[in-house]
Design a protein around this ligand. Sequence first.
Ligand code: 1HE
Length: 257
Amino acid sequence: MTQKHLQLEMRGDVAVIRLARPAKRNALGDAQVLALRDMFENLPSGARAAVLHGEGDHFCAGLDLGELQERDASQGLHHSRMWHAALDRLQYGPVPVIAALHGAVVGGGLELASACHIRVADDSTFYALPEGSRGIFVGGGGAVRIPRLIGAARMTDMMLTGRVYNAQDGERIGLAQYLVPQGQAFDKALELATRVATNAPLTNYALMHALPRIAEQPADQGFFTEALMAAIAQSAPEAKGRVRDFLDGKAAKVQKS
Ligand code: 1HE
């Protein structure tokens, strides 16, 4: 499945999705946002994990500002809801998505990265929310997802002052979970995705669909939901087989890192 500015290829059981509009720094117009939505709705059935990365020197320059000029308030509302629908398909889709970040991860590009389950950044990465200085607001779910990564205070600062975080500071404050040398983000993301793809599908499902909801619930409800999810996961034949393998000495031990 391939759209002009969005490409998909399978590497074993990992779906590799590439933002492929380098001349415009992978800025996302409506067509690309809708294509992302469709792609995550229709991933090949063999996919067990995905990597999202960008072609050229930057991951993503955010919203295609060229398309912004034309919209009135009502169209702006629907446009934002379209982004929500697309990134919702990614976050609550069939497989975990690992973002490989480099260069600009700005505006809607940061909103897109925030919807992914793991972010791997290389040393060239920088993060910003230039919406503040463009006289607009985030609209791709950033107001919900970014404070959950770095806190509302840091996001407020980024938008009020135009603060740009470099790769090291981005990892320190929680924008990325991994930091690697320049040029190595894709390989690291693929390595992680290949590892993630070997998990029991129900475990991955629980982490994508149950954990974020449990984390938002009051503790009492969260404990109960956790117990339900735990019961379902451990009753799956695959879980029983994996535990049996460990007890029989056939599964890998946890190794000190
Ligand atoms: C674009 C876009 C774009 C580049 N929409 N065309 N995002 C921003 O405010 C970020 C705007 N972009 C930049 O700050 C810079 O382009 C970068 C730091 C990302 C890259 O700089 P550089 O020097 O590598 O590239 P460039 O020369 O600035 O841009 C190359 C071309 O890409 C140029 O077009 P050209 O026809 O003159 O070659 C740029 O106009 C074009 N380009 N970024 C359209 N974003 C759901 S709501 C989300 C709200 C937002 O995301 S707002 C934040 C938007």
